[in-house]
Design a binder for this molecule. Structure first.
Ligand code: DGT
Ligand code: CA
Ligand code: CA
Ligand code: ZN
Length: 593
């Protein structure tokens, strides 16, 4: 996708500008352009054919000119120029948590560091010692950070892997004439990060045109014919335009690395055992081990071809049949982690899980008043169009200057605008919200009298990440105690593959939420997915409600809700556990009461 290519360029330029200490607002605007491009449903090249690019909210004149240059010439001169201003391996250093761009600039300029390896070497040899402002503690943190970066090496975010897998499936349907294709593995289970993408294809029917041209009867050469068809499918796969490198190419299995660096495995399986293969390759391994022992107890054997009693195959065409042969109801893929789901299924106590159709609104969105790209009206119309009954506009508060945080006057102005928008709409409401900063001491960035005017208050931490676990926990609990706070936003502040969570004692937070009737947010942005599946389940056990919010900065990001739902399902949550499965009146009354 050309959108993705250009987005990467803007992100990279922003990275370099950070290292070079340039204007944070400009850096932010480049990041925003990248996000907008990634979220656009249409190809930017097609769009530019009939619209001026600068008409897209959030894309300014100079960014538009860069995009146009790339579309017309295949080059972006500003990007090329900036790329030359830092060593190529230096950008990777930005991924180390706790090492800021200023430090990286100094490492480059003063110590000749060019990449991760040369940084490790410099630390090992003590070459960083004596640098003013970089003490032993900082160096220790760097070492830990490098270990962290290495630990996630190669795992891709769910939000990147899913669209890529869908694109590959669509391409295979088109070019290999395949009908039955499914994602398997950790991606189908909805894990927050994915090692490699697994795709299964059922063999096409034998009554292909090629069959007629073969003089031999079907029974003579079915294996030969099968292998030929399998090879054809795998060849089509390894020749797809997104393929950068072929790692393996056989009759039933192919493996590629895509241009964006992810490994994708394709397996071709017989139609009659597609369900068995899908079950087997969806995993998890631990879940499958459990099923196998259950099968053994019944004198059955289960593998990727089916369930067998002796020589007789008793299940395999679809997944339901596999579970049914073990007297179990279908277990949704998101639960298959051997966390008690097989036992629950056996006792007919599987939870009813949350689905998109239960979701009535989005509880975390920004508009142009803070750092969003669209106006209140635009965000409202887009939410109504996807069938929601409400959206909470939760702009940042004044402490968060880099993200356009708004002061009390601007908030008042925005609230009045929301009133006007609501007066003009039927059957849909904009909730007056905020994502208010929890300050260092746990107090909030707005006074109670300001918060009182709002329908929905998320309190989040956006700075002072380096506190001890006990102080951070106290800080958050202090905010939970405020009766105006409805929800704690992205509890651990983690950015997957980029920033480790800050330490918080989750069970104490949950206790406090339970005592003060405060919800926890499940931030659906694929970089956050915070709270995670495990904490979702703990929250449910304690009777705490979870609010799924996309943190949308533009309407296209409402679509991120699906990743929040997937994570909630992995946490065993059902519609009764999710705040935004409740009707709009719940929020308006909650405020009036
Ligand atoms: P990943 O790719 O690291 O995010 O995780 P998965 O779960 O996608 O793992 P992967 O790609 O190695 O294998 C896909 C599925 O295939 C896995 O979830 C279960 C199944 N599988 C693979 N190897 C084995 C095995 O040795 N034993 C069993 N029982 N299942 C396996
Ligand atoms: Ca996998
Ligand atoms: Ca795999
Ligand atoms: Zn936030």
């Amino acid at each position: 996708m050309i959108n993705q290519d250009i987005a990467i360029m803007f992100d990279t330029m922003a990275d370099i500008m950070e290292i070079r200490g340039e204007n944070p607002f400009r850096i932010n605007s480049y990041r925003k352009v990248a996000t907008i491009l990634r979220d656009m449903p249409e190809d930017i090249g097609d769009f530019a054919g009939s619209h001026p690019i600068e008409k897209i909210p959030g894309i300014g004149k100079s960014s538009a000119a860069k995009i146009r240059e790339y579309l017309e010439t295949g080059q972006m001169s500003d990007y090329q120029k900036r790329l030359k201003s830092v060593p190529p391996g230096a950008l990777k250093l930005l991924e180390i948590p706790d090492v800021g761009p200023k430090t990286i600039a100094r490492l480059i300029d003063e110590k000749g560091i060019t990449d991760m390896t040369s940084l490790e070497e410099a630390i090992e040899k003590g070459r960083l010692e004596g640098m003013p402002g970089i003490g032993a503690k900082t160096i220790q943190k760097m070492k830990k950070g490098i270990a962290f970066v290495k630990s996630y090496k190669g795992r891709i975010l769910l939000g990147e892997a899913m669209p890529a897998a869908k694109e590959i499936i669509a391409a295979l349907k088109e070019h290999a004439g395949l009908k039955q294709l499914e994602v398997a593995g950790s991606l189908r289970r909805g894990r927050e990060t994915i090692g490699d993408v697994d795709i299964l294809a059922a063999e096409t029917d034998t009554n292909e045109p090629t069959n007629e041209s073969l003089p031999c009867s079907r029974s003579d050469q079915p294996d030969h014919e099968k292998a030929r068809r399998g090879r054809h499918i795998i060849k089509t796969f390894t020749r797809l335009p997104m393929c950068a490198e072929t790692l393996a190419e056989g009759d039933t299995k192919g493996s590629i690395r895509t241009k964006s660096g992810m490994q994708v495995d394709l397996r071709v399986v017989p139609k009659e055992s597609f369900g068995a293969a899908l079950q087997y390759f969806t995993g998890s391994k631990e879940h499958n081990v459990k099923l196998r022992s259950l099968a053994a107890e019944r004198g059955l054997k289960i593998n990727e071809y089916g369930v067998f009693r002796g020589e007789e195959k008793i299940a395999g065409k679809d997944e339901e049949s596999i579970y049914a042969s073990l007297d179990l109801p279908f277990i949704p893929p998101q639960l298959r982690e051997d966390r008690g789901e097989v036992e629950a299924a056996g006792a007919d106590e599987l939870p009813k899980l949350i689905e998109q159709e239960h979701i009535k609104g989005d509880l975390h969105a920004h508009c142009t008043f803070s750092d969003g790209a669209m106006t209140v009206e635009e965000m409202a119309h887009a939410a109504a169009k996807i069938g929601y009954r409400y959206v909470a506009i939760t702009d940042h508060s004044k402490n968060l200057t880099v993200a356009g945080g708004i002061d009390e006057d601007e908030l008042k102005e925005r609230n009045e605008l929301i009133d006007r928008v609501n007066a003009e709409t039927d059957g849909f409401s904009v909730l007056k919200g905020t994502e208010v900063d929890i300050l260092k001491d746990g107090s909030l960035d707005y006074a109670d009298s300001v918060l009182e005017e709002l329908d929905w208050v998320i309190a989040s931490i956006h700075d002072h990440f380096n506190m001890s676990e006990s102080r951070m926990t106290e800080r958050i609990i202090y905010a939970i105690r405020n009766p105006h706070v409805d929800c704690i936003g992205h509890l651990t502040g983690r950015l997957l593959n980029r920033r480790e969570p800050y330490p918080v004692t989750v069970h104490e937070i949950i206790e406090a939420c339970s005592e003060h009737n405060t919800a926890l947010e499940l931030n659906a942005h694929p970089e956050r997915l915070d709270i995670n599946d495990i904490t979702c389940r703990e929250a449910k056990k304690a009777g705490i409600m979870v609010a799924i919010g996309t943190d949308a900065h533009t309407a296209a990001q409402y679509g991120l809700m699906r990743f929040g739902i997937t994570t909630a399902r992995r946490g065993w949550l059902g519609p009764g556990d999710i705040l935004n499965a409740k009707p709009c009146g719940f929020f308006l009354q909650g405020h009036d009461a």
